[in-house]
Write a protein that binds this ligand. Structure first.
Ligand SMILES: [Zn+2]
Ligand SMILES: [Zn+2]
Ligand SMILES: [Zn+2]
Length: 259
């Protein structure tokens, strides 16, 4: 693995210089613990395109791999640090000037002469906090207000934020989907109460439309608690992703096509 350590140090040097296109040649087609779902881009393309997307909003974006070492099982361990300043438009969120610094241990597995990377210790609240720092969602004290900016977050980033994993977790409920298109575009319970909401969700079992988990009323979550219906989709803006409460499983929009 000495060769792998050398190549990871070379990759780190390119990322420290802001050359995120270097990821496309260095990363494997597969994720650390999963293969990309059929008909979807390779892990290398997905991760590279996500990094390049970040770089449009954070033009000074850099990343580094430090403390690279080899493990008994043939993998490498390292510390990944990502830094940048949010000065440009990021998926619809204007630059805030906020400096971002994000550090996490990673495990890296060689796949031929490429690498698959796993992020090891980034708990859910920290992932969501990163999205909030970048103004991709409203600040915590504005979560009951309509979104500040018309942001469309890439589904692959949402997948990572929701579950911390690149692969699909099993979800038996996808096969139980009955309704895919909403009949209304309001949360009627909020309307009745004179409230507003940040985003709308639709139950894929019965079609019920309710406000999201960051709404103060959480009407779709209450629908889930009352009925046991576990799986819903976003009907906000261009979004179409699916989430299952019971399995903590995220699916991308394409799951619904052809149904
Ligand atoms: Zn499920
Ligand atoms: Zn509501
Ligand atoms: Zn329902």
């Amino acid at each position: 693995m000495a060769d792998a350590v050398t190549r990871l140090a070379d990759l780190s040097a390119r990322l420290e210089a802001g050359d995120f296109e270097a990821l496309r040649g260095a990363l494997a087609d597969e994720y650390f613990g999963a293969s990309p779902p059929a008909g979807t881009p390779s892990a290398a393309d997905r991760i590279t395109d996500l990094a390049l997307g970040f770089q449009t909003g954070l033009p000074d974006l850099t990343a580094s791999l430090t403390d690279i070492s080899t493990n008994d099982d043939g993998t490498c361990s390292a510390t990944l640090t990502v830094r940048g300043t949010h000065t440009g438009d990021l998926w619809g969120a204007p630059g805030s000037g906020a400096a971002i610094e994000w550090t996490t241990p990673v495990t890296i597995r060689a796949v031929g002469d490429k690498f698959a990377v796993r992020i090891d210790e980034l708990p859910g609240p920290q992932r969501v906090g990163l999205v909030r720092q970048l103004r991709l969602v409203n600040p915590a004290d504005e979560m009951d207000l309509p979104p500040r900016y018309p942001v469309v977050i890439p589904e692959f980033l949402l997948r990572l934020v929701f579950t911390g994993e690149a692969g699909d977790r099993p979800c038996a409920h996808v096969a139980q989907i009955q309704v895919t298109e909403p009949a209304v575009d309001v949360c009627q319970e909020c309307v009745d109460a004179g409230d507003i909401w940040p985003a709308l969700r639709m139950c894929l079992i019965c079609g019920h439309v309710g406000c999201c988990d960051t709404s103060k009323n959480r009407h779709l979550a209450r629908h889930h608690e009352e009925t046991g219906h576990p799986i819903f989709r976003s009907i906000n803006a261009d979004e179409g992703w699916i989430y299952c409460y019971d399995d903590d499983a995220f699916r991308e929009k394409s799951t619904l096509s052809g149904r």
